[in-house]
Unconditional design. Sequence first.
Lengths: 151, 151
Amino acid sequence: MDRRKYHTKGRALILGFLEQSQSVTVTAKDIWAFLQDHDVTVNRSTIYRYLNQLCDDGAIMKYTDNDIGKTVYEYVKDKHDCQGHIHLKCVRCNGIIHLECGFMEEIREHLEESHHFSLQCEGSVLYGLCDHCRKIEEQAAKMPNEERHSV
Amino acid sequence: MDRRKYHTKGRALILGFLEQSQSVTVTAKDIWAFLQDHDVTVNRSTIYRYLNQLCDDGAIMKYTDNDIGKTVYEYVKDKHDCQGHIHLKCVRCNGIIHLECGFMEEIREHLEESHHFSLQCEGSVLYGLCDHCRKIEEQAAKMPNEERHSV
DNA sequence: TTGCGTGCAAAGGTTTTGCATGGCA
DNA sequence: TGCCATGCAAAACCTTTGCACGCAA
């Protein structure tokens, strides 16, 4: 029942940007800036309209990143692949790690048996630092004079 | 180093409302409506200003509830008691369970060793159904004609 | 040619800010 | 009396909407 879609330069760029940003969440502003960088000016309304369409189609997800307090959009590679496990999110690079391993079952069982809590994976996120970013933070810690980004 | 605070009727009501709503998140609008119900008219700016102060003081937490897409505020009983463990949040009653048990260490170790991920408890939330609400949901499922609340 | 996509302008909602006034301690 | 808190109005932001036009298929 999907209506016919037309291809336009702006849409191609936007979708491309979202795809390549798979492990990083982007804001509507980021998209606008990206288009600017590519010398393509697209009206904000157009961006929002397209983003909403993509959301409706399930191609992307929209939610608020509470760390930055902004609405972010995230490309969904395969929605069905993201069920049954929770996500680890790096607070520094916004990268996402899918906790797709046997430990998921251990978590689920523990919560069920010890806390009578039925885990729902959707929306459940654990924050922290990924391997790469931790190393960078450690480097930064060694250089006291360096400008460090703080919360 | 906290500056002197003056007590006013509006502030007392707002804080009281937040305290009594401990397991339920409230929006700025809810607060405004609550004050109206108590025949106290407080300007929106005042509400926001006070909420931001409470956030800075760590008395409440501010974040966006992605289910309703609105900014919500939540009373923090004792911030220091909430470090070192993650939270389980019931999607139905918004109640919070503190995962303060030995399993926390297991989680931390697994993420560290298998995923090279340094867990940061702050903000990490697992969603699901608490014992009480699951039973209610099960009851509702047995009564097909009953009005059921859905997502 | 059809109707989707776009730009523009305006509106809507939420939150912040400057300034003068009011009120607690 | 000294500040903090408040009200008011305006602004800042983000997002949506209506309308007319452009353009892909």
